[in-house]
Design a protein. Structure first.
Length: 309
């Protein structure tokens, strides 16, 4: 369900499929949650660097409480509300709600902190969701999130595309598209966050073969949920060709293959009058030339005092 305040949104992902896959994997998710635990720890480190506490926090895409456990020792959050698209994922107790990131059920200024760990890359209307997040934050509230970026699974994407072209003469979308770093930074600013920051990190996991990687992705509930994905199972000949190409293109000396996960970290604050603001153009009271210990020259003037041309 899209944000009602947004214009028509292109639907890329099948949100019902995302929910069903999380429901299906909920009971065995701890067997496959290594990536989520690693990124949750990195989010907790970033939160630890912020010298303040938060009375009420909301986590979007909480799954089975990974972030709750990662931040528990910080003593920075008084009350954490966990929200997930999947009812099965929030069934382990705690203060939790089933909620869709595309239509958040929280009142304006309901939280001092909103967290999200590897969930927002499945949102169709990411600009609209970011606007909603800013609205549910109190003034000077913090948004801190991690999501998969555009280089994620680039090896698998190439192997599948080349395999399908070789076996069937064309390639269907089998790996979900992800946002780039520049896109994420621009969206934070567009949504009205103050002091927006976006940066990236890469986690590389090695596997014995491509089928082991695909098995982990299924266990995570992170397999392809593009609306335009082909129906049915991938042909056996295509899978065999993809695994062979993966090894040919990327295997190391031991025959193991890498899987890249690009992590985008987003941070921004709900505007507040106490926050720093950039100076208006022309308001500086010192010249850059004085600070650099050099002589100021007009445009086009050379070091010898002559103008070019």
């Amino acid at each position: 369900m899209a944000n009602r305040d947004s214009p028509a949104v292109a639907r890329i992902f099948d949100r019902r499929t995302v929910r069903r896959r999380r429901d299906r994997t909920a009971s065995r998710f701890p067997e496959y949650d290594f990536l989520f635990r690693e990124v949750a720890d990195r989010l907790a480190d970033r939160l630890a660097d912020i010298t303040r506490s938060f009375a009420t926090a909301i986590e979007l895409g909480s799954r089975n409480g990974i972030v709750r456990r990662a931040v528990a020792g910080l003593g920075r959050i008084d009350r954490l509300v966990e929200a997930d698209l999947s009812a099965a994922m929030v069934a382990d107790g705690g203060l939790a709600v089933v909620a869709d990131e595309e239509c958040l059920p929280f009142a304006p200024a309901a939280a001092d902190l909103v967290l999200s760990n590897l969930s927002l890359h499945w949102v169709n209307d990411l600009p609209g969701t970011l606007v909603q997040i800013r609205r549910i934050l109190r003034p000077d509230g913090l948004f801190l999130a991690a999501m998969l970026g555009g280089d994620t699974l680039r090896e698998l994407r190439r192997a599948l595309i080349e395999a399908e072209e070789a076996t069937s003469g064309g390639a269907a979308p089998r790996v979900s598209p992800f946002a780039g770093l520049a896109d994420a930074a621009a969206l934070l600013q567009r949504a009205g966050f103050a002091l927006p920051v976006a940066d990236t990190d890469t986690i590389t996991v090695t596997y014995a073969d491509a089928l082991s990687l695909m098995r982990d992705l299924r266990g995570m509930g992170e397999t392809n949920a593009i609306l335009a994905r082909p129906g049915g199972f991938t042909r056996r000949t295509t899978l065999l060709e993809a695994t062979a190409r993966y090894v040919e293109l990327y295997a190391d000396e031991q025959g193991r293959i890498p899987a890249t996960f690009q992590i985008l970290y987003l941070a921004g604050w709900a505007p507040h009058e106490s926050q720093q603001r950039p100076l208006a153009p022309g308001s500086a009271d010192k010249r850059l030339a004085d600070a650099l210990g050099t002589q100021e020259r007009s445009a086009g003037e050379t070091a010898g005092g002559r103008r070019k041309g």
